[in-house]
Design a protein around this ligand. Sequence first.
Ligand SMILES: Nc1ncnc2c1ncn2[C@@H]1O[C@H](COP(=O)(O)OP(=O)(O)OP(=O)(O)O)[C@@H](O)[C@H]1O
Ligand SMILES: [Mg+2]
Length: 262
Amino acid sequence: MTTSASSSAKTIAIANQKGGVGKTTTSINLAASLAKKRKKVLIVDSDPQGNASSGVGVKTRNLEKHLYHAYTGGDIDLSDICQKTSFTNLEILPSNIDLVAAEIELIDVPSRESRLKNILSSFTDKYDYIIIDCPPSLGLLTINALTASDSVLIPMQCEYFAMEGLAQLINTIRSVKKSFNKTLFIEGLLLTMFDSRNNLTHQVSDELKKHFSKQLFKTAIPRNVRLSECPSHGKTIFDYDPKSTGGEAYSKLANEFLKNQR
Ligand SMILES: Nc1ncnc2c1ncn2[C@@H]1O[C@H](COP(=O)(O)OP(=O)(O)OP(=O)(O)O)[C@@H](O)[C@H]1O
Ligand SMILES: [Mg+2]
């Protein structure tokens, strides 16, 4: 059953400039879990790798229209670009490698940091949540995502350089807040690929608890092979293996996320 959005969407950037920390896995499966709970959700694939798009079954090579066209075109109707997924209540604004060019073409454009905010502005009443999957960089695409968002969710893998990366990201969030988006806040830090048998996991998570206790999600996402398998089938974990530890964890994360919204 589909539902209609009640008011303006809350927009959340899933960001961390470190590569491979679970941004896309979190974007897809948090979005799907919210959609399962009858929220209308749009994933914005703001990464030229197009992983969020292919992860929900979009063939990125054959795309006629994608986020690049919204970034660089004049009067583009977003409903021509957004696609339904096989998952009820879940839509995607897809991307592919062409999005690399948008970052270059935007360099001389005035208000280049607010382009995505403007693109999405006419669309926010269609959804309850818009989830933006960011690329692994702090370039213009991520700055646009942070400027367009109400909050930022930071997936973190418990590894040696995680804290250094977080410090850089927090500095970037501070500058975006100062210059473009005064009300931006940190939705939460999420531990991903959590492996309780690994000592480093405990060291990093203890450190995070010490410094960010209020912002750290209680739910951690365990390392789970089913989560790494499902993108190659173009399926969310809820289509692929909802009873897996990964599926249960993303469902729990959505509950915690929704509880925090009250
Ligand atoms: N909890 C998990 N358990 C096992 N594998 C995972 C888990 N989360 C993500 N992965 C796998 O780890 C890899 C990186 O995850 P993902 O693509 O979500 O990270 P990312 O931060 O979006 O990467 P990038 O920075 O390249 O965009 C992928 O192969 C993914 O399937
Ligand atoms: Mg990714």
